[in-house]
Design a protein around this ligand. Structure first.
Ligand code: NOJ
Ligand code: CA
Length: 701
């Protein structure tokens, strides 16, 4: 296919010439197109915004000025998948003039060797100061009916399973794809969420997402399935508006990452690069965290968050010391101490405790403003005792702030709540936004909430607190600027396996979609996959083998990793648990060894500051053989590899706990052909040999 270029067309290439971006005005309407190695990726697509009560910024433009520049820097993230990140692009900034209204808008394009980012900018000017967005009208016109890996567009939840279908099939599949959640607001039969992965018939992968979502509402995509055009669909506020702006202001970046090679999508740094450099001078307090917690026992229904079985409580009025406990409360001092002991014994950094504070009797589905104060413990959770015990054992406590969607209430209490954390030795918080938002009518992904999540992260930094927000808007690379945002949930995590189950392929898609924006608190490490063994009232199971749970520490990149299962389950498999103890959570280098979305992913990562590597492979529901080379290793070194794999008869449904562990010598010349069971995978720790005596009795791979 040939592009038709008008005379006024401007075009720039990526630094290596692979991508070509063209911009022009067609009858005053801004349009762009993108190609990769001559192959069209985005066909001619319109740009602009529809405004409320004022003329839109959709057409009537002339080009006032264009500026081209180039940028090349290498920067070091505070934590990450690699040590050095190169940010290298060519930029085209087009200043548009809407003569009739005497208003200006800049569209800034950055073309990288792996794709494109662009945004709208509203410079300071007399005729455009305050304005309200009715809808952003950014198009991504696809070249055909690609395969899409999608979840329904929803203003309040991303906790869906992925659907893999042709774009043209989305409409017919949508009703079946929408499922219940504590808060859900779908909007269209062809509405999908970003980050969206597509695969063309000739095998090109395309990812559409956004970067640096600040003071703006989160973008969904709505498909015009006659013309195969995705168009932006912003999350509205309570009265239906989509964004309140004041110039000078910029929008988030819209991103298009593309490659013939699936692994390049996973390794793209476009999303981080389009964010601003770190906003903090001192980042010494931000550290990756491996943690355990009083959590899975509530998720599986073995114990409760609430202290009583009262149908309702009132903070400050209900005297919990006078109420009868249900006997099912998980967050008791004694139980927490057991987890602290376990964390200390096995080298974990922190212990999360949920359900420690008053109010859980009312936490879900009540639309109640004052559910929690984030300060007052239940009578059986002794804050002082826990603080001193954890301190003596060298373990940090991880705070839990469930807001129950009552966001205004959380903001009211935030300073005190963070100060309480500092006073009691908690340096990280898991926050949560379950249920419909208060102020009522606001959505989880609207501008008001986006501003709140940002406020919570920046305010936490004042207290040197790291944040892991659940049910918050999906990440857009903001952790480059605010690295104390160490993870988010914002997708369907392991918890759903205990509720209803999730297809085995889920973790072969998430890295291509949700993780493009940033790390996920996926909470892996479930060894007892049969939930009925923990709670006889449930018949759910985790769609995985035990070996694959180990692999997830490598394949689901995050500087925050939980060993989510109960200590007693780890105690039954100490040999396999060793991998969770050993695996790094911060990396100097990362390689994708094998990848096909929906089928499998194999990563190798080099642990920060060491010569040790870790490999992880996650498989879908089909048994497959993985073939990898160890050529990522240093050719002059020898290593001992411990391979944790599925046994031959392992199967995620019938025989999940069948695993094998073997130790072998590997070098950069080694190769491995490894069977992965249905729902399986494998994990390998590769430790540099420092003393020859370590090799005794071991065979070469
Ligand atoms: C949902 C979170 O994802 C989960 O991890 C947490 O335990 C519950 N909310 C309670 O806050
Ligand atoms: Ca959740």
């Amino acid at each position: 296919m040939l592009f038709t270029l008008g005379l006024s067309a401007q075009s720039i290439k990526s630094p290596n010439g692979n991508f070509n971006l063209t911009f022009e005005l067609k009858d005053g309407v801004p349009v762009y197109q993108l190609s990769m190695g001559g192959e069209p990726i985005v066909k001619e697509s319109k740009l602009g915004l529809e405004l409320k009560d004022t003329p839109s910024l959709l057409g009537g433009f002339t080009i006032e000025n264009t500026e081209e520049s180039t940028f090349d820097e290498t920067w070091q993230p505070v934590w990450g998948e690699v040590k050095d990140i190169r940010n290298h692009y060519n930029e085209l900034a087009v200043t548009l003039n809407q003569k009739e209204t005497a208003r200006k808008m800049i569209i800034r394009f950055r073309v990288f060797d792996d794709g494109l980012g662009f945004r709208y900018e509203f410079p300071e000017q007399d005729n455009l100061i305050y304005f309200v967005i009715k809808e952003e009208r950014t198009q991504f016109a696809m070249t055909g009916d690609h395969t899409a890996y999608w979840i329904p567009g929803d203003f309040d939840t991303q906790e869906y399973e992925y659907n893999t279908s042709k774009m043209s099939e989305i409409r017919a599949l949508m009703a079946g794809a929408m499922r219940g959640n504590a808060s859900t607001t779908t909007f269209s039969d062809t509405g999908v969420q970003t980050s969206l992965l597509l695969k063309t018939d000739n095998g090109t992968f395309i990812n559409l997402h956004e970067a640096a979502l600040i003071e703006y509402s989160c973008m969904h995509l709505e498909l015009d399935d006659e013309n195969m055009i995705f168009e932006s669909y912003l999350t509205p506020d309570a009265v239906g508006n989509k964004g309140y702006m004041q110039a000078p202001r910029v929008t988030p970046w819209r991103t298009v990452i593309a490659s013939k090679n699936a692994g390049d999508i996973l390794m793209s740094h476009i999303t981080l690069n389009l964010n601003e450099p770190c906003a903090y001078d001192d980042t010494s307090w931000i550290k990756p965290v491996k943690y355990v917690g009083v959590w899975w026992e509530m998720i599986t229904g073995k114990s409760d968050w609430a202290y009583t079985s009262l149908p309702a409580v009132q903070l400050g009025k209900t005297d919990f010391s006078e109420t009868t406990p249900s006997g099912r409360h998980g967050a008791t001092t004694e139980n927490v101490k057991r987890y602290i002991d376990f964390a200390a014994e096995h080298g974990f950094d922190a212990v999360l405790v949920e359900g420690w504070n008053e109010g859980w009797e009312d936490w879900i589905g009540k639309s109640k403003d004052y559910v929690f104060d984030f300060l007052t413990p239940y009578p059986d959770f002794d804050v002082d005792e826990v603080r001193e015990y954890a301190k003596a054992k060298g373990v940090k406590m991880m705070m839990h702030h469930e807001t129950s969607g009552a966001v205004r209430n959380y903001e009211r209490h935030m300073d005190k709540a963070y100060q309480f954390m500092v006073d009691n030795g908690y340096n990280s918080v898991k926050s949560g936004y379950v249920g419909n938002i208060i102020p009522r009518g606001e959505h989880h992904y609207g501008q008001w909430l986006v501003n709140h999540y940002q406020y919570a992260v920046e305010k936490a930094a004042e207290y040197k607190i790291m944040v892991n927000a659940h049910e918050a808007v999906r990440p857009t690379g903001l952790s480059r600027t605010y690295p104390n945002l160490i993870a988010n949930e914002s997708a369907r995590g392991t918890e759903y396996e205990a509720f209803v189950g999730t297809k085995a392929e889920h973790t072969t898609i998430l890295p291509f979609t949700r993780l493009i924006g940033g790390p996920m608190d996926y909470t892996p490490g479930i060894f007892q996959t049969d939930i009925s063994k923990i709670n006889p009232d449930r018949d759910t199971f985790v769609h995985t083998t035990l070996a694959r749970q180990l692999a997830l520490y490598v394949t689901m990149y995050s500087p925050l990793q939980m060993a989510a299962d109960l200590p007693e389950h780890y105690e039954q498999h100490m040999d396999a648990f060793q991998f969770i103890k050993d695996v790094a959570i911060d990396w100097d280098d990362t390689k994708v060894l094998e990848a096909e979305p929906g089928d499998f992913i194999t990563y190798a990562r080099k642990a920060k500051g060491t010569e040790n590597w870790f490999v992880g492979r996650t498989n879908d529901e089909i048994g497959r053989t993985s073939k990898i080379k160890f050529d990522f290793l240093d050719a002059d070194k020898k290593y001992i590899a411990t391979i944790y794999s599925d046994a031959k008869d392992a199967h995620y449904e019938t025989n999940p706990q069948a695993y094998e562990i073997k130790k072998v010598i590997v070098t950069s010349k080694s190769k491995l052909s490894q069977y992965c069971a249905p729902g399986g995978g494998y994990a390998i720790s590769i430790m540099e040999v420092k003393d020859k005596s370590e090799l005794k009795g071991l065979k070469r791979l």
